[in-house]
Write a protein that binds this ligand. Structure first.
Ligand code: DGL
Length: 277
């Protein structure tokens, strides 16, 4: 096994489940010629409520699997795993480039709202580690940050409840106390610090004013991937059509059904290969 990167290899993308497909979608849009290999650790989802030690162990096992198959770069398309394990994974896989989603998401929010009042919506695990707060303050010392765990919104996104009264009710329960009232934080920037939340953007917008920016990390992470490939001269040169391979650790049918919403493309169970880590 080697950590040596070669332009012909796919980009490896890893998430706890299907949420990272929002990041994969953005990478595919920006880099349509690149082969992609995605692994969703659906057997152990969610990561957001697990201890850092468990998330680190899972992330190490999943990325070792991708490395064994051969990838030229790894994208940790999971906020919780990025918050817990990015530095350990970078050390373990060096010199293979490993990119997380927290820093790119924070950078996008700072450029949308310099000296902003940022509200980060994330899992319990990401909030506990304060990963976005650290990244935002590092990038913009004038930033103000509040981080809010929204676990029910993860389940909501998986159920596909992206619109209608129930979507507004759940999102509103988390957000309204932050937006209005005597002790409300009143952010001018909302950061979708969980891979599941981009598909809830319309529901979130329905309870926050147009003047509040809503940022996710998918597009900026894809830009970082493109920049790294170019800097390291790792762009694929082969002119054949790009491939997308999807791996999961459990539940191919559910992965296909729920994942299709996140990817924006219909999937069938036969598109997903089940693997044991
Ligand atoms: N992918 C996770 C994240 O972005 C959300 C789902 C989970 O808790 O595993 O934090």
């Amino acid at each position: 096994m080697t950590n040596k990167a070669s332009p012909d290899l796919p980009i490896g993308v890893f998430d706890s489940g299907v949420g990272g497909l929002t990041v994969l979608k953005a990478i595919r849009e920006q880099l349509p010629r690149e082969n992609l290999l995605y692994l969703g650790d659906t057997a152990r989802l969610p990561y957001g409520t697990k201890s850092p030690a468990s998330v680190l162990r899972y992330a190490m096992q999943a990325t070792a699997h991708l490395r064994e198959r051969g990838v030229k770069m790894l994208v940790i398309a999971c906020n919780t795993a990025s918050a817990v394990a990015l530095e350990d994974l970078q050390r373990a896989l060096a010199p293979l480039p490993v990119i997380g989603v927290v820093e790119p998401g924070a950078a996008a929010a700072v450029s949308a709202r310099p000296a902003g009042r940022h509200l980060v919506l994330a899992t319990e695990g990401t909030v506990r580690l304060g990963a976005y707060g650290k990244a935002l303050r590092r990038l913009d010392p004038a930033a103000s940050v509040r981080e809010l765990a929204c676990e029910l919104m993860v389940a909501q996104a998986e159920e596909g409840w992206t619109g209608g009264d129930i979507a507004t009710a759940i999102v509103g329960e988390y957000l309204r106390p932050m937006m209005a009232g005597p002790s409300a934080y009143q952010p001018d920037s909302i950061i979708l610090g969980c891979t599941h939340f981009p598909i809830l953007r319309a529901a979130i917008r329905s309870v926050v004013a147009e003047s509040v920016s809503i940022t996710d990390s998918a597009g900026t992470t894809a830009s970082v991937v493109a920049r790294e490939l170019s800097t390291r001269r790792l762009q694929r040169a082969d002119g054949a059509a790009a491939t997308l391979r999807l791996l999961a650790t459990d539940g191919a049918s559910r992965f296909a059904r729920v994942g299709g919403t996140f990817l924006g493309d219909a999937l069938v169970a036969g598109d997903i290969e089940l693997v044991d880590l």
